[in-house]
Design a protein around this ligand. Sequence first.
Ligand code: BES
Ligand code: ZN
Ligand code: ZN
Length: 502
Amino acid sequence: MFTVQNQMNFTDQQAALIIGLSEKNKKVEGLLGELDDQLDGQITSLLKEGDISARKNNIAKIHTFGQTAFKRIFVVGLGREEQLSFEELRKTFGKVGKAVQESKLKNVAVALDTFLTESLEILDAAHALGEAIPLATYKYTGYKKQSNELEVTLENVTVITTGDADEVQASLQVGYHYGTGTNSARTLVNLPGNMLTATDMANYAAELSSRYGFELEILEKEDMEKLGMGAMLAVNQGSVEPPKMIVMKYQGKEEWTDVIGLVGKGITFDTGGYSIKPKDGIVGMKSDMGGAASVLGAMEVIGELKPEQNVLAVIASTDNMISGTAFKPDDVITSMSGKTIEVLNTDAEGRLVLADAITYAKQHGANYLVDVATLTGGVVVALGHHTTGAMTNNEALFEQILEASYEAGEEMWRLPIFEHAKERVRNSKVADLNNSPGRDGHAIFAATFIGEFAEDTPWVHLDIAGTATTTSNYDLGPAGGTGVMVRTLVTFVLRFGQLEEV
Ligand code: BES
Ligand code: ZN
Ligand code: ZN
């Protein structure tokens, strides 16, 4: 996708050049000056007349009628220099990606140095570009019999820079992996429940594992029975589709120590079970495997970047269906941990499958746990569609996740787990726990429930029910699955440092 050049060195005419213009530097000099000369001062006049502007997010498209090495020039307004953060630049490149896609261009050149500010370094800018292009141009093709236009997709981006070509290339590539890993997660979320069953998800994980050399284990129903995964099995009980507990091991250190456990909720379709969802609430529940998608997307990027860390990914996958064999409210089930659970609501199934996944991860060496799940409507009410809900039993681990989310540009906000929430979750006449203590603050109860299985292991829970999908297009992607938390998880794993013993 990317090639880096230190000099303008084109043998034939290029389709387009992308060049940044900030408020401070809106002088026609340097590269822009050269182009202006070639165009007999037209850039200067367009700027005067306001057709080209340094205003933020303004993208002006100029036709050169063969007078330069580029057929078209896109002048991208960067606004006030001090406001151009890493995150803003990534969005700006997203806009550029979309503009290029709309113009149906296969090849473009980017004058990367024109996007730099005093606080933004070349390698950060390269990462931002590498990430934004695949994210912004992502499309889910779906299953329409006829696609109405012939797709032209961007194939080549030539990056022109005075920076070290190898280093710039490496940063572009890292960003690109972040972007494509996120896109894989988006596609998994966009796939309907009949096209992505637990078995399909296991096959996908198998393919990923053989591509990157992960150790793979798929726990079948019989294995779950032997292990006593009663919570996972209860959710699957009404289904004709076999459940899968997908376990992937990436060992980047000599020893299998300091293992980061990434645990994903992989409900391929959530009907709610006998606590059935209303007809409006059930549509879209194909996305209830968003947490699993984030973990799989993150593992893809980890496979590409090969950090010196140990990662254990555990994905609990099944659908939540109704039939004569399905589990019911009032049922009491026994989880793998031995803790018994009174089922008050079969629609609170995510915490059940995660309970066994977390117990399994702990037993297989996970020293730190991060679970990702489309867990509750409650988090959507509390934080909306842009902010992931985070809950934890460990301040230091949470700090690292939060830092990673800043860097990745993915918003999150913490909700508390206080003692009274634990009391509510433990309040059952017949079992150790109940799976649905009430609707008041229920995102917190869901997390508290999972925390009962994490126990003393440092753990962060990420509720992405509001952020896994979006109904509108945005700078870095289209409506549909967002692939949220792929980039946060990867950044967290890459930067992970052992927690201080307290
Ligand atoms: N998968 C849903 C949560 C969800 C809601 C995801 C909206 C995406 C969008 C989850 O399994 C669920 O049904 N949760 C219940 C919990 C309740 C029964 C305590 C909910 O949020 O209503
Ligand atoms: Zn549910
Ligand atoms: Zn669910």
